[in-house]
Ligand binder design. Structure first.
Ligand code: PHE
Length: 519
């Protein structure tokens, strides 16, 4: 229990023990000289080392340092010094009158040093009174005058001791108060006094220590090694469990961290990552996904369209097939939306509103199963920013193209994905998207609540046939920030972008996952 202590701590602990378990820094410093043989010549030079060691010991619970309490002392001031030698002014008045047979004229008395003060206090104490005699004012001794007063006794004591502590109350306190009122007689000095007291743990540790403590070195220098002096020295032990100040090293943003975990999960499931452009053609974002050109999501409120450049060109080989599917269903067996499809509308450039634009783009290039790809990327929607909405956020998107892909398989893939992130309870609800049939909402359960985290489904023939894909395509798009809020226990989605250093420094995804899972 005492091994990890610094030798200074040992010295203080042992000194305190021998002083009965409670002492001031000064007393400790004086005692430490004998506890550590050969250490310094006097207690004064060790005061700061002792104070330092007391601080460490207090942090470790070996001692308590009594509340910094201020003690008041008085010392003699200039006039006080004079009074100790010559007597108080009132005493001098009385002695003068005694020498004059009990009375003297006021003028004679006034010739004495500090006569005004003397007269005032002599009258106040009832030692003298004034009378009239042939028009002259006389000072008359009234008696009885004690040979010495408490005040005079106290001044002598003060002279002898240099300082006296001011008591909280009582007769002595009244004496001190009177002297303080008289000004320049005594001076008040305040000093903080700290008392170091052994705790139970401290007492136990101290009792195990040797009576004397050998100074130790904490650093083995080349010098000590070369000279062989290390042989005579005691080396300090390290306490590897000692508390240290927190260090905030560089780290990834919590969202980036989560994105990395999402990637990890998909890669473990055998998926490959794909990327697509943020500035996208309406063709890929909407038309390829069989969203009619008058669909409300295409309106300006939801989609950020580009002013410059305003439009681009969809791949010519796909344009006709997409047009046919919209207008009459083409060879999908569907009747289509039955309106006149506009290439101009499909040519518009916008900020991708979902990453499904990226998966359909990819699908148009691969066609043949097996396809298992995902992307975690940024999307944009013209939303009013509030505690649960951002205008710029991320989606976790994926598709699987398999010969026998089914809804059951889709549910399995999503369940697998979320369980890799520690979310084991998920459920599906029927839903609608223009590009999937059937469509499902994905919900995750957390702390008694079901949270909607994304959409999914099997791509309709209207979205796959135009690109020559004849096999079932499982597709899903999940919110990243919503998931992140759940994991990091946030109430406000904006927290991710506030750059609150306090939060960023302390947040840990691993800890967050554990907390989320109630571990
Ligand atoms: N794109 C849809 C959204 O943004 C999610 C989705 C993706 C739904 C794929 C079905 C299939 O909400």
């Amino acid at each position: 229990m005492t091994e990890a202590l610094h030798w200074l701590e040992k010295a203080v602990l042992r000194s305190l023990y021998e002083l009965g378990g409670a002492a001031s820094y000064e007393e400790l410093a004086a005692k430490a000289v004998s506890t550590v043989p050969g250490w310094g010549r006097d207690g004064v030079s060790m005061l700061s080392s002792v104070a330092k060691a007391c601080g460490w010991l207090r942090d470790k619970g070996y001692v308590t340092v009594e509340e910094e309490r201020s003690r008041k002392f008085v010392t003699l001031d200039a006039e006080g010094e004079e009074y100790v030698v010559k007597g108080l002014p009132e005493r001098r008045v009385v002695e003068f009158l005694q020498r004059r047979g009990g009375e003297a004229s006021i003028d004679e008395v006034k010739a004495l040093e500090r006569a005004d003060v003397g007269l005032m206090w002599a009258r106040r104490r009832g030692w003298v009174e004034f009378t009239k005699k042939n028009d002259a004012t006389m000072v008359v001794l009234k008696g009885p005058v004690p040979p010495s007063t408490d005040v005079e006794d106290f001044l002598r004591e003060l002279k002898r001791d240099g300082e006296v502590e001011v008591p909280d109350a009582g007769a002595l306190r009244e004496v001190v108060d009177e002297l303080l009122r008289r000004r320049h007689v005594v001076k008040l000095v305040e000093r903080p006094v700290r008392k170091v007291v052994l705790t139970e743990k401290g007492r136990e540790a101290a009792s195990l220590l040797e009576e004397t403590v050998v100074p130790e070195v904490t650093r083995l220098t080349p010098e000590l090694i070369r000279t062989g002096r290390w042989r005579e020295l005691k080396l300090s032990r390290y306490d590897v469990r000692a508390p240290t100040p927190p260090v905030f090293a560089a780290k990834r943003h919590p969202l980036t961290e989560l994105i990395r975990m999402v990637r990890q999960a998909y890669v473990e499931m055998g998926f490959e990552e794909i990327e697509g452009p943020i500035v996208e053609l309406a063709f890929w974002n909407f038309d390829a996904l069989f969203q009619p050109q008058d669909h409300p999501a295409r309106e300006m409120q939801d989609t950020f369209y580009l002013l410059e450049p305003r439009a681009g060109d969809p791949p010519a080989q796909h344009v006709e097939a997409v047009r046919r599917v919209h207008e009459n269903g083409g060879d999908t067996g569907s009747k289509g939306w039955r309106y006149k499809w506009s290439l101009e509308e499909a040519r518009r450039l916008l900020l991708r509103t979902h990453t499904t634009a990226t998966t359909i783009r990819h699908l148009a290039t691969v066609k043949q199963p097996p396809v298992k790809v995902f992307c975690v990327d940024r999307i944009f929607r013209n939303e009013k920013v509030d505690w649960k909405h951002l205008a710029e956020f991320h989606q976790i998107e994926g598709i699987v193209v398999e010969r026998d892909a089914s809804l059951r398989m889709l549910m399995g893939v999503l369940r697998d994905f979320y369980s890799r992130l520690g979310l084991r309870e998920i459920r599906f609800k029927p839903s609608y998207f223009p590009y999937t049939e059937p469509s499902m909402e994905v919900e995750v359960r957390l702390g008694g609540r079901w949270l909607e985290l994304g959409g999914s489904g099997i791509f309709r023939p209207e979205t796959t046939y135009p690109f020559g894909v004849k096999h079932p395509v499982l597709a899903w798009g999940l919110g990243l920030e919503r998931l992140a809020m759940v994991i990091y226990g946030l109430e406000d989605i904006r927290t991710f972008h506030l750059n609150d250093l306090g939060w960023l420094r302390n947040v840990s995804p691993f800890q967050a996952f554990r907390t989320m899972r109630g571990m």
